[in-house]
Design a protein around this ligand. Structure first.
Ligand SMILES: Nc1ncnc2c1ncn2[C@@H]1O[C@H](COP(=O)(O)OP(=O)(O)OP(=O)(O)O)[C@@H](O)[C@H]1O
Length: 246
């Protein structure tokens, strides 16, 4: 793919911690506007890959380019500006407990000494939580908290969202809601999404391609098959029957 079509490029990237190769000679291009699922067992290197894409870690070998630039060559100010163009979504939501939903969503703007109440309201509406703006995170379900976190990630209008096990602490229905929302951010905002998860079902539900990591090596990147059921919401009974093989 021409480099301008890629939102992030890894070329022969390695990350070593002493004798441990968290990532070993990984080359990967993430296309603008794609949903890439990154899967692998515990310790495979998924978090390390996300940390590289968030410019929080630099490679010990090879080269990373994000939004066309190499974070390893940037100073602190440039890295902060780059990271504003990247939204993070975490397994544990990472909302501030003592701030309202509205304040949580506005926080990334506040950190830039900016504000945009209309955008905050629009995003809360987008994630279906306009009526919860004045609530605190503890008053929301896990799925609702994750939707707030996605609104917060979108408030700086990032081109790239990095989602680290975003549905691993949610039940089936909330998982479907959050996955649907991540897929719709690509559709409505053109956002590229990197979805790191150990749940293959989640990747099957929304990803265009899957990248499989094993012991720090990128074993394969391949298109995700579209099943006939994809996109349709299972009833709880249908889901239980599918998983349990009834
Ligand atoms: N800061 C660090 N110092 C030393 N070793 C590290 C560090 N970070 C990661 N590692 C090692 O690198 C390897 C990859 O870790 P990583 O956290 O990227 O895996 P992961 O696929 O995200 O695992 P999990 O699903 O359990 O979060 C592991 O062997 C881990 O122990």
């Amino acid at each position: 793919m021409p480099e301008e079509d890629a939102i992030a490029v890894l070329e022969h990237v390695s990350v070593r911690y002493g004798s441990v190769a968290a990532l070993d000679d990984v080359s990967l291009e993430i296309a603008r506007g794609e949903i890439l699922g990154v899967v692998g067992e515990s310790g495979a290197g998924k978090s390390t890959l996300l940390n590289l894409l968030d410019a929080a870690t630099h490679p010990t070998g090879g080269r990373v380019r994000i939004h066309g630039a190499d974070p390893a060559r940037m100073g602190g100010g440039e890295i902060r500006r780059l990271r504003r163009r990247i939204g993070m979504v975490f397994q544990s939501f990472n909302l501030l407990a003592n701030r309202t939903v509205r304040q949580n969503v506005a926080l990334p703007l506040k950190l830039q000494r900016a504000q945009d109440p209309a955008l905050v309201a629009e995003l809360l509406d987008y994630v279906g939580l306009a009526d919860r703006a004045a609530h605190y995170p503890a008053q929301l379900s896990g799925g609702q908290q994750q939707r707030v976190a996605i609104a917060r990630a979108l408030v700086t209008r990032p081109g790239l969202i990095l989602a680290d096990e975003p549905t691993s602490s949610l039940d089936t229905r909330a998982t479907e809601d959050v996955l649907e929302l991540l897929a719709s951010t690509r559709r409505d905002f053109g956002t590229t999404v990197v979805l790191v998860t150990h749940e293959l079902d989640s990747v099957a539900a929304i990803a265009d391609r899957a990248a499989v990591l094993e012991a720090g090596a990128l074993r394969s990147v391949f298109p995700v098959a579209r099943s006939a059921a994809r996109g349709e919401r299972d009833s709880y009974l249908a889901h239980a029957q599918r998983v349990l093989g009834a």
